[in-house]
Design a protein around this ligand. Structure first.
Ligand code: HEM
Length: 160
């Protein structure tokens, strides 16, 4: 599936939240964290995401926005996702409080850059051993902060 189609599907799906796993709905308690394979599964996903970003020309713009050494970027995103998916708050334990739109506000992120990020993530999610319904759910959920980032960056651009 090409990246653009993937992103369109994510947009089309956004807003639908009540998918179930075998025990309880994703988004309640640690159901999503467990569906993603816990801490190991989430770190594996994030390593796949950054490896892909660095090795595919389609993602060069967002790759170059990150610091040259991606070690901390990997650690920060993986730790954030653990807490965001209902698991341990590993990001705040190590780095403190975070607001996702705010930490991106200094970056030139428009629709193209948002879609690079979502496409790169969608292709990485597709390679994980997650349940198919969790893969769809996760990408629907990620669209929300990704779009919030785009809007925040657009608002800052218009102030300059
Ligand atoms: C909309 C597309 C996005 C792009 C292009 C993008 C790009 C970036 C870049 C370039 C950085 C490094 C900033 C710096 O070091 O100055 C960063 C940091 C980060 N991003 Fe994103 N990002 C996007 C969406 C997201 C989303 C949706 C999430 C979470 C679900 C996320 C989570 C993070 C986290 C946790 C950090 C580390 C913040 C910090 O502590 O400094 N990003 N992102």
């Amino acid at each position: 599936m090409c990246g653009l189609v993937a992103v369109k599907q994510i947009a089309a799906f956004s807003g639908k939240v009540a998918l179930m796993n075998s025990e309880r709905p994703y988004g309640t308690g640690d159901a999503s964290f467990l569906a993603a394979g816990g801490q190991d599964g989430i770190f594996k996903l994030v390593h796949n995401f950054f490896d892909r970003m660095g090795s595919d020309e389609r993602f060069v713009t967002i790759w170059n926005m990150h610091p040259d050494d991606k070690t901390i970027s990997r650690d920060k995103l993986a730790r954030f996702l653990c807490g965001w998916l209902g698991g341990p708050k590993l990001y705040s334990e190590k780095y403190g409080a975070i607001g996702i739109p705010r930490v991106h506000a200094h970056l030139p992120i428009g629709t193209a850059e948002r879609d690079q990020w979502l496409t790169c993530m969608s292709e990485s999610v597709a390679e994980q051993a997650f349940a198919p319904e969790f893969k769809r759910y996760l990408m629907e959920q990620l669209f929300v902060p990704a779009e919030a980032v785009r809007r925040r960056c657009a608002a800052r651009e218009s102030e300059l």
